[in-house]
Design a protein around this ligand. Structure first.
Ligand SMILES: Cc1cc2nc3c(=O)[nH]c(=O)nc-3n(C[C@H](O)[C@H](O)[C@H](O)COP(=O)(O)OP(=O)(O)OC[C@H]3O[C@@H](n4cnc5c(N)ncnc54)[C@H](O)[C@@H]3O)c2cc1C
Length: 381
């Protein structure tokens, strides 16, 4: 079974997460969705249970967990609440550029407080004019003495105005060809010239705060440059390769949650004098949902295993996992609504929320069309 892939300590952690998700996260999910406000209580819960420490090495106060166990944890949380699962996804996304490209001094400065959950992270790549074509960004960072001065705007940023640590990508050399003029920086909350812009009103993951980051003559220490000037885009893509399986795990969890609910409902709902589960048409729908969820699980864990094995190239597997898991999450949540009939369409039951939450997994961290570009590129050699 799934948990055998993790060490026994990690198995215990995942079982703890499963209980936590069922007992403390699931009862909050509908309210988080209805209120559309950032769930600070869920952040505290994950921090207290060391779940936010999982992606960080032990020497910086983290748990140093395997990728597979992080994916399983995201899956368990997403079964109950996709917004809560996203807290762990984005803690890893925003911090990974520091882990991948930061100096020892930068890691010591930033990571321990991310590992405790005192600070949250954000990853700021997207701009209004550059989404899929992220390399066309216009935010600039100009070197002035011991500082870089940032000007520009990032949008659709998860944890905007919530995160303390913002990994921001900006152009340092406009004359460089392609994406070679882009660099990566850490911008700390409270830096003069850095403020929150518009906050979006979204279809799903409604407790996650998505918004604009505005930079107006924002001077940050030159010591906050990650890697060398010009390496920013490489760092951005290397990060996404490693975090897309997390989005796949989020989609997988949502789909499993919807399937579990639909099965339980079908066994209880009586029409024509018998549970609707007794109709083969309903059984086959549930069986097809199960096939898709199980196939997605294999792809998600496989991507994690490759990372844990230290394989250097896994963009294709990461993109396949994200694409497949998010595509089936839409199909499975849609079918779950169908199994519930009219009740599935009502907010009283969780499956309509699950379908709204599943949709974002086809879009963020690169749309599924862009994932197919990545996969096709690997096929091209
Ligand atoms: C809720 C939410 C949270 C987000 N969080 C973050 C975050 O934390 N950090 C961050 O940096 N970004 C974040 N994003 C941005 C997200 O990654 C982008 O929305 C996404 O990459 C698509 O960019 P776009 O919205 O500009 O769409 P566009 O790039 O304009 O794409 C529109 C459509 O065209 C298609 N398309 C574009 N180019 C091609 C092509 N070459 N071939 C085939 N099809 C193509 C796309 O697949 C899509 O269907 C978030 C977005 C949302 C909605």
């Amino acid at each position: 079974m799934a948990v055998e892939r993790a060490s026994s300590e990690e198995q215990m952690l995942i079982e703890m997460v499963r209980d936590l998700a069922r007992e403390q996260v699931a009862p909050r999910a509908a309210q988080i969705d209805a209120e559309g406000a950032f769930p600070w209580d869920m952040k505290e819960l994950l921090a207290k249970q060391d779940i936010l420490a999982m992606p960080f090495p032990e020497q910086y106060g983290g748990l140093g967990s395997s990728e597979v166990s992080i994916l399983m944890t995201i899956e368990e949380l997403a079964k109950a609440c996709a917004t809560t699962a996203l807290l762990l996804c984005v803690q890893q996304l925003g911090a990974l550029p520091i882990l991948l490209a930061g100096t020892e001094e930068q890691k010591q400065r930033f990571i321990p407080r991310l590992a405790t959950g005192e600070w949250l992270a954000a990853y700021a790549l997207t701009e209004p004019g550059s989404g899929s074509d992220a390399g066309a960004m216009r935010t600039k960072a100009e070197r002035r003495g011991d500082t870089y001065v940032l000007n520009g705007l990032k949008h659709f940023i998860t944890n905007a105005g919530i995160a303390h640590i913002n990994t921001v990508f900006a152009v340092t050399d406009p004359s460089a060809t392609g994406t070679r003029g882009i660099s990566a920086f850490v911008v700390e909350d409270g830096t003069p010239g850095f403020h929150l812009g518009k906050i979006e009103n979204k279809m799903g993951i409604r407790g996650s705060q998505t918004g604009e980051l505005v930079f107006e003559d924002c001077a940050i220490p030159a010591a906050n440059l990650l890697g060398k000037e010009g390496e920013g885009f490489k760092i951005a893509l290397a990060t996404l390769d490693r975090t897309r399986p997390g989005i796949a795990a989020q989609a997988l969890g949502i789909a499993q949650g919807a399937l579990d609910f639909a099965v339980q409902y079908a066994k209880q709902r009586v029409q024509f004098g018998k549970p609707i589960f007794d109709n083969q048409a309903v059984q086959f729908m549930l069986a097809d949902m199960d096939i898709k969820v199980e196939a997605a699980r294999r792809l998600v864990y496989h991507a994690g295993e490759l990372m844990d094995a230290g394989v250097s190239r896994f963009s294709r597997e990461s993109a396949i996992a994200k694409t497949y898991a998010s595509d089936i999450a839409i199909e499975v949540t849609n079918d779950a609504i169908q199994v519930l009939g009219g009740y599935g369409y009502m907010k009283e039951f969780p499956v309509e929320r699950m379908m709204r939450d599943a949709k974002i997994c086809q879009i963020y961290e690169g749309t599924n069309q862009i994932q197919r570009v990545v996969i096709a590129r690997a096929l091209g050699g």
